[in-house]
Design a protein around this ligand. Structure first.
Ligand code: NI
Length: 169
């Protein structure tokens, strides 16, 4: 089931998510919804918090469904390693219409449980490392806008406030 994606300003997007205690049928159905919602958007990643569920789960698929082996599910993810730095433009399904350059690790290894409860470790570089960091931030209650500073951050948050006031956000 495709679920509505919450936008910047919704409480759950700005609050750290809690761990998944057990991979129940409800959790699996949530994961299915996250994948359907990510593909429908379309997007390359989605965190549970973005559909209003405060649990530590994210999905990533750089191919947006074109290559089945690209789909990854991480339940209770944790960092194994992160290093280097890359600067690229980034956006978020919860902040439609806005992009900004964000500093991210050039390489990141994340470990988490798959849908069947198997622990797996994946190394990402470039865009995949960026996606891992972006989605992990969501689970910690951080949106890419929160990583910006100064004028760039003020500009985006001011525009969002304006849109919210106008009922267009
Ligand atoms: Ni996002």
């Amino acid at each position: 089931m495709i679920r509505p994606i919450l936008r910047y300003g919704a409480g759950v997007l700005h609050t750290p998510a809690g761990p998944v205690d057990a991979i129940t049928p409800e959790v699996l159905s949530l994961v299915d919804d996250m994948i359907a919602t990510m593909y429908a958007a379309p997007g390359i990643g989605l965190a549970a918090t973005q559909i209003g569920v405060p649990l530590r789960i994210f999905v990533v698929d750089l191919s947006v469904g074109r290559t089945t082996t690209d789909l990854m599910v991480f339940i209770n993810p944790a960092w194994v390693e992160r290093d280097g730095m890359q600067l690229e433009e980034e956006g978020c399904l919860s902040v439609p219409g806005f992009n900004a350059t964000v500093a991210r690790p050039a390489r990141a290894i994340v470990r988490g449980l798959d849908r069947d409860g198997t622990s797996r470790e994946v190394e990402g570089t470039g865009l995949l490392a960026r996606a891992f960091q972006h989605e992990m931030d969501h689970l910690d209650g951080q949106v890419f806008v929160d990583r910006l500073r100064g004028l760039q951050k003020d500009l985006i948050t001011r525009k969002i406030r304006k849109l919210t006031k106008a009922g267009q956000w």
